[in-house]
Ligand binder design. Structure first.
Ligand code: SAM
Length: 262
């Protein structure tokens, strides 16, 4: 039960571990945070890459086992600190004490909350490397106009430059998940850095509103915050058609609309 509840699907062999490792940056002075180390499938190899590795594990039994392994053979786990707890409840920047990189084979059921938590600390993060459900990864990297493009794409691209680095089949994990997976690499900062948006939280809420009913036009989705006449004028002032839909808009469009509506 705990396994299902915590999204536990462990990398089952050195082949995929090595392939994932090969995509990660090398830099011996860096601090890494690993989300959900499990039995330490990637932890030891990751530790050899940086100066410090903080591994956050929510399953108390797995965290205790890993802590014990590190205590027994510290030389095998250089710089590893195991934190027993829920990643969503921790202040990652405080734990890292400076800039850091993130790796995680994520518990899929909280992929989006974890990404948003990381984005809250975007100014402290150099890059994020996370395994997630392939379908979600395709949304993260989707460009405007694609079927998969939506709020998650816009939020991820506002903060990062995401790239689908590896497709990973269910058989790479034990037990195998019902879905396909992918490793997504996100270098920071994203497009947001050049958009000059003053209130990022409000901007993301605005994008969410634009996408609130996928079948509706922007005009209909925005009726809760402005009159039809006003929306019509604003769309025109941003060079958008009256029947424009959120899925056609780039972040630059969203930023222009947001500024005009504010
Ligand atoms: N890193 C291992 C691997 O690659 O084989 C395990 C990955 S498994 C998909 C996800 C891990 O995240 C599990 O060990 C699970 O217990 C842990 N986990 C689940 N929810 C968590 C949370 N909220 N905070 C930290 N770890 C969590």
């Amino acid at each position: 039960m705990a396994r299902q509840r915590l999204g536990q699907h462990f990398l089952s062999g050195p082949g995929w571990q090595k392939r994932i490792l090969d995509t990660l940056p090398r830099g011996s002075e860096e601090v890494w945070i690993e989300i959900g180390p499990g039995h330490g499938e990637m932890t030891r190899m990751l530790a050899a890459r940086g100066r410090r590795l903080i591994a956050i594990e929510a399953d108390p039994r797995l965290a205790a086992n890993l802590q014990e392994a590190v205590r027994a053979q510290p030389g095998e786990w250089p710089g590893v600190e195991v934190v027993s707890g829920d990643v969503l409840e921790l202040d990652l920047a405080k734990l890292a004490g400076g800039r850091f990189r993130v790796y995680g084979n994520l518990p899929y059921y909280i992929t989006s909350p974890i990404l948003h938590q990381l984005f809250n600390r975007a100014d402290q993060i150099s890059s994020i490397h996370v395994v997630m459900q392939l379908e979600v990864a395709e949304r993260v990297v989707a460009a405007p106009g694609c079927r998969e493009y939506g709020y998650l794409s816009a939020a991820c691209q506002f903060y990062t430059r995401p790239k689908l680095a590896l497709r990973i089949p269910p058989g790479a994990f034990h037990p195998p998940p019902k879905v396909k997976s992918a490793l997504v690499q996100m270098a920071l900062p994203g497009e947001g850095a050049s958009l000059g948006v003053a209130d990022e939280a409000k901007f993301l809420k605005f994008i969410q509103l634009c996408f609130s009913h996928k079948r509706k036009t922007l005009r209909n989705n925005l009726l809760t915050i402005a009159s039809d006449q006003r929306i019509h004028e604003i769309l025109a002032s941003c060079g958008l058609r009256p029947d424009a839909r959120a899925e056609q808009l780039s972040l630059t469009h969203f930023a222009a609309l947001f500024a005009a509506i504010a």
